[in-house]
Design a protein around this ligand. Sequence first.
Ligand SMILES: [Mn+2]
Length: 289
Amino acid sequence: MSTASLEPTVNDVRTHWRTLWISDIHLGTSGCKADFLLDFLERNDSDTLYLVGDIVDGWQLRRHWHWPRTHNDVIQRILRKARNGTRVVFIPGNHDEFAREFIGFAFGDIEILDEDVHVTAKGLRLLVLHGDQFDGVVRHSRWLAHLGDGLYQFALWINHHFNRLRHRLGLHYWSLSQYLKHRVKNAVSFISGFEEALAGEARRRDLDGVVCGHIHKAELRDVGGILYCNDGDWVESLSALGETHDGQLQLLDWAAEMAARQAGFSKRQPRSLSLPALPSALRRQGRHP
Ligand SMILES: [Mn+2]
């Protein structure tokens, strides 16, 4: 008997949200994790779906054409949602700025807006926009935002061997890792600078919070009394932002969700359960009903 057929059926339940926000899908690039997104779209519905920019990567497509069938499937699944009654709002980003020419128009069931103010079920007013407009305000180059801990650890290792070689060549020590650490510090300050700039814009407009994307860093936190939400991306963090019907906002980490499901249990069960025991217990029940 296959174990798959005995997985709890609760895994197949679709979640219905008041609002979902996704952005930075980068369709048209090999980095786009379309399979994860298709799974997400299959299992999550909403009254309103915001596409918060960089949905299609026009920059990359112009350089190198990459469009597998799964990228069509993503678009078709979104169009199907729109046809079935989901309000779909597309807010173009800098990678799909070609769509900015069509702001104010509707393509079938999809509205194209420059930005929007979303009112949650609790009455919070949130500015929704991609966020690249604030790159100029934050004075660090954008690629720094993508440097992470793993790269830093790797740099430490490289640095060790690099300097052994320099020593053998009679050259003085030069710390690549220090250099990178400084740059990573700049990356950290870029992210916090971006978050503060976006929160500042919401404050300036007398709103309660902001929802954006762009920097591929999912976040949901208070920034100086303003609710800062970043829905992440579908290249690195594989995340979305959801609003429940009673107005609770939460980040959805879809990589973790899929890993949990593949391990044979549902996100609805407490994580503290002794989980590895669960599938085998179910299997035993299946054999001896
Ligand atoms: Mn962007």
